[in-house]
Design a protein around this ligand. Structure first.
Ligand SMILES: NC(=O)c1ccc[n+]([C@@H]2O[C@H](COP(=O)([O-])OP(=O)(O)OC[C@H]3O[C@@H](n4cnc5c(N)ncnc54)[C@H](O)[C@@H]3O)[C@@H](O)[C@H]2O)c1
Length: 435
């Protein structure tokens, strides 16, 4: 099958490489010439486990090509995926400018009957707008499909190759059969392709992310209360997660959710619900709880260091919004670092993947360490934001020796509070008490 993917970010690049891996001829198009130039040399703009090998192999074998000529890329395609960004507009609603601009380009350059697939996360009603934008210029039949993407950054290739399910909002039998054929290689283990009407497919993506964000904010609030009442959230989590009605996923408390999806999609759904006169009260609280949670690590640091905070040096381990990615969009580390700098302290940071991104964001406002231990030299406290595997079993003696004060704020509950106390640390974690 001849496929074009427009937008070569986390979603578009992963989708393009994975579709090429199943034998399709894939062209990835993007307006970012630097990104496309790098990709032609197999230099990836993002860190995503397994993606580099996939890009190199499929490009090497001629199934995957990269271009900045979006119009020409549309010309030969049977299926075009729209995977451009949908950033929040000023009021939090999804900004559809890129999606609709691409839809017009598709209409102008279409050269055969075409399936146009919206993979970007877009509010209900967008497919109709895409249809109108393509239709303004199209002279041949086309079919608009809504195909929300559920991949997780950090495991994106695996998620795309072996999805839990594929959701497809279709309006015609033609689109249905093309999409069923295209996705057949990815659901060979029996995972479902769920066909539905287009608005339901668009809504499914927001409902999924809103549900996951709700679980996180809910558990963060339970954790904060656990601390007050002397309960241990790790045990509470196990206690409720083993209930088959609840399940164990997404119950880990932490420093608040970040990334490019949850914050933006929660806001967009809130704006949609308000616009429809059915405001989502639970979801509003989910967002507020998350804003508060992102301040928690700083508040814990402040509580321990008190008036020694100003002028101190704080080591931060982990900058990405979660492990296995270099993505810092809406990361709780951003809130923490700004608060520390604002309090007159300095920051020295380490992250296994996000140092380049951090330097772009903070420049010389903070220092960067080559290793996690190097970050500790001369620091007065350590705060852990991201649960990278390499932070799980550190040499505590070395940490204690390097820090001028044995203060460790653990935003991911990586360590045992009893052991940390025995080692002489002033240790704070989330929802587990500390006295
Ligand atoms: N990142 C995720 O984990 C994830 C998961 C599921 C869904 N989504 C959704 O997928 C969409 C893309 O997200 P992302 O994280 O890949 O975004 P991204 O910002 O990483 O990439 C978007 C790409 O689109 C390109 N682009 C913008 N306008 C363009 C145009 N007119 N023509 C061609 N290219 C253009 C940009 O240059 C950029 O490379 C968003 O709607 C997002 O909500 C993201």
């Amino acid at each position: 099958m001849n496929i074009t993917v427009i937008g070569t970010g986390y979603v578009g690049l992963v989708a393009g490489a994975c579709l090429a891996e199943t034998g399709s001829q894939v062209t990835c198009a993007d307006v970012d010439a630097v990104k496309i130039g790098g990709l032609r040399d197999n230099v990836l703009p993002i860190y995503e486990p397994g993606l580099d090998a996939l890009v190199e192999r499929n490009q090497g074998q001629g199934r995957l090509t990269f271009t900045t000529d979006v119009g020409a890329a549309v010309g030969s395609a049977e299926v075009v995926f729209i995977a451009v960004g949908t950033p929040p507009d000023e009021d939090g609603s999804a900004d559809l400018r890129h999606v609709l601009a691409v839809a017009e380009t598709i209409g102008k350059h279409q050269s055969r009957e075409l399936v146009v697939v919206t993979k970007s996360t877009v509010p209900v009603g967008t497919a109709a707008k895409v249809h109108a934008a393509v239709g303004k210029f199209a002279r041949l039949p086309f079919h608009v499909v809504s195909n929300p993407e559920f991949l997780k950054e950090g495991a994106a290739v695996d998620d795309f190759m072996k999805p839990d399910r594929v959701v497809l909002g279709v309006e015609t039998d033609f689109a249905r059969s093309v999409m069923a054929e295209l996705y057949a290689p990815f659901v060979r283990t029996g995972k479902p392709i769920i066909f539905m009407d287009v608005p339901s497919a668009e809504m499914t993506k927001y409902a999924a992310n809103a549900m996951l964000a709700t679980r996180i904010s809910f558990m963060n609030e339970i954790a904060n209360l656990c601390e007050r009442v002397g309960a241990n959230v790790d045990l509470v989590r196990k206690g409720i997660g083993s209930d088959s009605r609840i399940g164990p996923s997404f119950l880990f408390p932490g420093p608040g959710y970040g990334g490019s999806c949850f914050p933006k999609d929660v806001q967009a759904l809130l704006r949609t619900s308000e616009g429809e006169g059915t405001p989502m009260l639970v979801l509003g609280a989910v967002e507020q709880a998350n804003v508060r949670q992102k301040r928690l690590l700083f508040e814990k640091l402040q509580e321990v260091l008190q008036d020694r905070l100003a002028g101190s040096r704080v080591a931060v381990w982990g900058l990405a919004f979660k492990a296995q990615t270099d993505d810092m969009r809406e990361s709780p580390a951003l809130t923490l670092i700004e608060a520390i700098l604002g309090a007159g302290a300095s920051v020295v940071a380490h992250d296994p993947a996000a140092m380049g991104e951090a330097k772009r964001r903070f420049g010389e406002r903070m220092s960067y360490a080559r290793t996690n231990y190097e970050a500790l030299n001369g620091a007065d406290a350590l705060v852990i934001v991201t649960d990278w595997n390499e932070y799980r079993f550190p040499d505590f003696t070395r940490i204690k020796r390097a820090l001028s004060r044995p203060v460790l704020i653990d935003g991911r509950n990586l360590y045992d509070p009893v052991k940390m106390r025995a080692l002489g640390f002033t240790y704070r974690s989330i929802g587990r008490g500390h006295e």
